[in-house]
Design a protein around this ligand. Structure first.
Ligand SMILES: [Zn+2]
Ligand SMILES: [Zn+2]
Length: 337
């Protein structure tokens, strides 16, 4: 393991523990410093004990680098690994074991922290057969949403990556914004080209109940929308769930075969339990998705698996238990309904 790989691994572990504090920021910064250095200088400085003379490189980084250069197992990484394992209930483990992919995640192209390739490697290491790349749509400018041109470029890049990474597959997709009137932030022609489309509300979350219901139902009814992302938009302890009539929204999801996402981000866990129970009662389809913005966050699916087990989500209704081909047949079949 190279020093840079060891640092990336450490950051992966911290990310999966949702550790976004000082230690993670310090490691991310130190990693940038290391990446800019020639290998010989890293070697020399590590041997001479002068790595910490560099701005932004602390004792923990110096130790990790020394252990990586020494070869063999790093005690520091082993400790971090043990401390950050994502817990899962026995019930949740049954769901996790059945998942073959992840249908909602971001790369550096929008607001993610890792390259598409790094995300693919991490997803593959977790045992997935595929992942759906769902960067943001243009309206979300703070998240560097992709316009048509960048999305077209990304689709070409994904095709190239797929040639190299086979049999692992990256499916094309987007997390498209649901605009205020329920239309989508990308043309139908582009949406039709994508394998899987997640649609989410990111703006005007405090809309009145009735217009929000109409907005969501309209989006869910689109033949191009395969998954309704984090339906309430809540951020636990920070932002209240938005209000809509769940009877209409989940009935529409069931009617139009639009999967309800079980968003696994610890600060989202969306839908909340009562709503997830309603979606189960409406016999909706589901997708248990990490919404990862970093490689370590791909390990968050257990959070949603636990919820699914707790509320008795039928396993055969979870679309990412399908193989990639089955999933594409499912999304294409929806469009032709
Ligand atoms: Zn989102
Ligand atoms: Zn997202």
């Amino acid at each position: 393991m190279t020093p840079v790989q060891a640092m990336e691994r450490a950051i992966h572990y911290l990310d999966r523990a949702h550790e976004s504090g000082f230690k993670t920021k310090a490691f991310v910064h130190a990693l940038e410093v290391l990446r800019a250095l020639p290998d010989e200088e890293i070697n020399e400085r590590s041997a001479a004990g002068t790595l910490t003379d560099l701005e932004g490189v602390g004792a923990a980084t110096a130790r990790l680098v020394a252990e990586a250069l020494a070869g063999g197992d790093s005690a520091y990484l082993a400790k971090l690994d043990a401390e950050t394992v994502v817990p899962i209930t026995p019930g949740g483990a049954r769901y996790r074991a059945a998942l073959k992919g992840d249908c909602h995640l971001h790369s550096r192209w929008s607001d993610g922290g890792a390259t598409i390739e790094s995300m693919a490697h991490a997803a593959s290491e977790l045992g997935h057969e595929y992942m759906v790349l769902t960067d943001h749509s243009p309206r979300l400018t703070i998240a560097h949403g992709l316009d048509r041109n960048r999305l077209t470029q990304q689709i070409a890049d994904v095709a190239e990556l797929n040639r190299r990474l086979a049999p692992f597959r990256i499916l094309t997709g987007m997390e498209v914004d649901i605009l205020e009137d329920g239309t989508l932030d990308l043309g139908d022609d582009m949406l039709a080209e994508l394998d899987v489309v997640v649609a989410s509300v990111h703006s005007k979350l405090r809309m009145e109940r009735q217009p929000m219901t109409e907005r969501m139902v309209r989006a869910v009814a689109s033949p191009h929308v395969d998954i309704l992302g984090h339906c309430t938009g809540r951020l636990i302890g920070k932002r209240e769930p938005s209000t809509f009539d769940p009877d209409y929204v989940f009935a529409a999801c069931a009617q139009f075969h639009t999967a309800v996402e079980i968003n696994c981000r610890p600060e989202r866990l969306d839908p909340p339990r009562e709503l997830l129970q309603m979606a189960v009662d409406y016999n909706c389809w589901f997708a248990i998705d990490s919404d990862a913005h970093a490689t370590g966050q791909l390990e968050w699916q257990p959070h949603g698996c636990d919820r699914a087990a707790e509320l008795g989500v039928p396993l055969e209704r979870v679309i990412n238990t399908m193989s990639a081909d089955e999933l594409i047949a499912w999304t294409t079949g929806r469009e032709q309904r």
